[in-house]
Design a protein around this ligand. Structure first.
Ligand code: BES
Ligand code: MN
Ligand code: ZN
Length: 465
């Protein structure tokens, strides 16, 4: 699984004939209804088709074959309108070849279709064949396929349980990506981390599967530098500050940041954007053994700051701290870290809305706009500087946790900022990486959040030559 791209059926070439699907907004229904033949109009009326969101009508031809599909979009300018609604279609339609006949936003609908076609099939056969979509005329089908394939790759990584996806398999996935795009990659693993990446070493020390720092570089050396960093915790037991079972159940997804960073890098490299891309993934398993790091330990980080361990379950910020210190040293124009970092961000914003942090208001607006453009939304939380005092330690430069229950996502973000002090264009993303229930284009299970947003932003800033 980790050494080849996953199979997500791509769009069929534009112009291939397929059963027409009309994506019908509420106010467009009368026009489309008027274009149906009498029997189809009667049938649509008989089943009460009214272009409600997600409503479907399979219209037969006189000979009983499937002639045409109507799919309701509801009011497309309503506040609750789901832009990925067309992602429901692959689950509703019988196998076959389909083509959008009327679509206001064909590229987005085609992407939603592909995102909704994803299935995690590593451990059992995937079930019936999926319906296929013909690329709508005029869209960049290669780009749509590229985005969907990268998301599928990331979802596969998140969905793969930790017994089959440890730090070495995260490395293998990064190596496969590097090979596919002609990137160079270096990896520092195990005992060799102790000197230069002491926090990565400490967090990964308890596991029989050695930790590593994965460092991938791609693109011309003189292009603008963009660095992506992803939290790659293959499994988070909490360490000696062990999680209760309910809190541990989903922790195979604690490499969701790494999956998102890999997916964003896959998109950017595949599109040939004009940038010098660096991808850093600290990959560890936060396990428990006699080698485990402990509450009260003090560790001198790569950046030189000493960190007192207040809680071994706040491991993500530790491994990211060393990776961010490395990233900070070559002064990237943009530094984006992706992490399933805090339960607090989920309490604040729920599973579907990743939190982002940046000091730059203008950049924050651009970041949010890219999220809207890509139907990959985020919400800004403040880097409220006075809360940094909550991370005070009596013996070290800082503690890895605040003693109290307040502002957990913000204190985590402030902790990270200490390790990339000279990079102004830094965005920290605190994401969930999981769909607790299925929504159109977002099957239940592992999710790649914010990669499409970041790709949209990079594409706009550093277009391919
Ligand atoms: N991986 C978790 C954060 C997490 C938990 C994300 C649940 C999404 C869902 C992280 O390593 C963690 O354990 N964070 C702790 C920090 C605390 C000890 C300060 C948390 O959020 O409870
Ligand atoms: Mn943890
Ligand atoms: Zn974690």
């Amino acid at each position: 699984m980790t050494d080849t791209a996953p199979s997500l059926p791509p769009l069929l070439p534009a112009g291939t004939s397929g059963i027409p699907i009309s994506l019908v907004a509420k106010d467009g229904w009368p026009r489309i209804e008027a274009g149906l033949d009498a029997a189809q109009r009667t049938y649509a009326g008989a089943i009460g088709f009214a272009a409600k969101p997600g409503q479907v009508a399979l219209l037969p031809a006189a000979d009983g074959t499937l002639a045409r599909v109507l799919f309701g979009l509801g009011e497309t300018d309503a506040a609750g309108h789901d832009r990925l609604l067309a992602g429901k279609l692959p689950g509703l339609l019988p196998p076959g070849t389909y083509a959008f006949a009327d679509a206001e936003a064909p590229a987005e609908a085609a992407l939603a279709w592909l995102l909704g076609s994803y299935r995690f099939s590593r451990y059992r056969p995937a079930g019936p064949e999926r319906p296929r979509l013909v690329a709508p005329e005029g869209i960049d089908a290669a780009d749509t396929d590229r985005i969907a394939a990268a998301v599928a790759l990331g979802r596969d990584l998140v969905n793969t349980p930790a017994n089959d996806l440890g730090p070495a398999e995260i490395e293998a996935a990064a190596r496969a990506l590097a090979e596919r795009h002609g990137a160079t990659i270096t990896v520092i693993a195990g005992a060799e981390l102790e000197r230069d990446f002491p926090l990565v070493h400490a967090v990964g020390a308890a596991s029989t599967r050695p930790p590593r720092l994965i460092d991938l570089t791609w693109g011309p050396a003189d292009a603008p530098r963009v660095t992506l960093v992803g939290k790659g915790v293959a499994f988070d037991t909490g360490g000696l500050d062990i999680k209760p079972s309910a809190g541990m159940l989903l922790m195979k997804k604690d490499m969701g940041g790494a999956a998102a960073a890999l997916a964003a890098a896959d998109m950017a490299m595949g599109a040939g954007l004009r940038l010098r891309l660096r991808l850093l993934i600290p990959a560890v398993e936060n396990a428990i053994s006699g080698e485990a790091f402990r509450p009260g330990d003090v560790i001198r980080s790569r950046a030189g700051l000493t960190v007192e361990i207040g809680n071994t379950d706040a491991e993500g910020r530790l491994i990211l701290a060393d990776a961010l210190a490395l990233a900070d040293a070559d002064a990237p124009e943009l530094l984006i870290d992706f992490a399933t970092l805090t339960g607090a961000a989920r309490v604040a914003l729920g599973p579907d809305l990743p939190a982002f942090f940046t000091e730059d208001d203008a950049f924050a607006a651009a970041f949010e706009a890219a999220g809207r453009a890509a139907a990959d939304p985020v919400w800004r939380l403040p880097l409220h500087a006075p809360y940094a005092s909550l991370l005070a330690s009596k013996v070290a430069d800082l503690n890895n946790v605040s003693g109290g229950p307040f502002a957990g996502a913000i204190t985590a973000a402030l902790f990270l900022r200490r390790f990339a002090p000279s990079t102004k264009g830094h965005v920290h993303l605190d994401l969930y990486g999981w769909n607790p229930s299925a929504k159109p284009g977002r099957p239940e299970g592992g999710e790649v959040q914010t990669a499409r947003l970041v790709y949209a932003l990079l594409k706009e800033r550093y277009p391919a030559a």
